[in-house]
Design a protein around this ligand. Sequence first.
Ligand code: TXA
Ligand code: MG
Length: 312
Amino acid sequence: MKLTVRKAAEAIKKGGIVAFPTETVYGLGADAFNPEAVRKTFALKGRPSDNPLIVHISGLHQLDKLVKTKPNYFNKLTKSFWPGPLTIVLEKQPSVPDVVTGGLSTVAVRMPDHPLALDLIEQTGPLTAPSANKSGRPSPTSPEHLIHDYGDKIDYVDGGPCRIGLESTVVDLTDDQPIILRDGAITGKMIMKQCGIEVAESITQSSLDAPKSPGIKYTHYKPDAIVRWHSNSDKPSPNTVWLIHSNDIAEEGDQIIRFDGDFDRMARQLYDEFRRADLLGYNEIAIEPLPSPDHHPLISALENRISKAIHQ
Ligand code: TXA
Ligand code: MG
């Protein structure tokens, strides 16, 4: 059911779960200090309990009860990128329930850049919010996607489509140097440029055995249709949707989705195209290989999400 922010806050304070919009994707919100409510989030999503949740805050005043020491560059980083699509991992306060962090000694925190989310969290206090999809499915970027995954069982705040469309960058600050655990709209280069902070390489598939970010090892972002990279010898087939970003490919047709070099739009629409392909009964989604990450800040995140949809 669609709820106002005030009704959503009331429901959450009573231990309920309400999906809400952020600038990245919709989150499934619960009171971060109510272990029972947080446990219900895992059950509703079908999420493994060792995959920790991000705690969302509306202001820096909520940080002290969540994290212990912060590195000296913390203020620079949050001044530049909060509110925004940057999730920060720090040592947690003992009062943060273990169910939130999957038993880890660290907690991931982010201040979302969305007026409805900030208004909601200001009324409820910190909220855990995994992406609101059923586990393994593409993250929801509109209320229609929520209904697609949960039917009419879900309560949500309607913010329309999300502005970015891919999940936040996750950066671990517990080592000497920040390490990016998940690529998103904020890149290591942007952090270097705006704050002068050197960021370590992203954690890649090679660290699957002992991932710092447990979510790395699980299936993600998958539609029912098979996702693959487009090859030059492909010819349009009635069963395949093409996602094309360059002007090099001449074919035209209903199932050819063009982004014309607009990678912001490609990121914003990616999961919607995945879900649309399923709804329309396509068997396959062929995506034109992406240019190098230097080309646009969202290329690394796009590459990461598409590769995961292909390989798992
Ligand atoms: O954009 C986003 O981040 C969205 C919106 C709703 O804020 N949320 C989101 O949450 O994508 P979720 O649960 O789908 O992904 C959280 C990621 C997972 O890969 C998880 O393993 C990682 O963050 N994570 C959470 N807590 C962590 C921790 N303490 N240490 C390392 N990684 C952590
Ligand atoms: Mg997720």
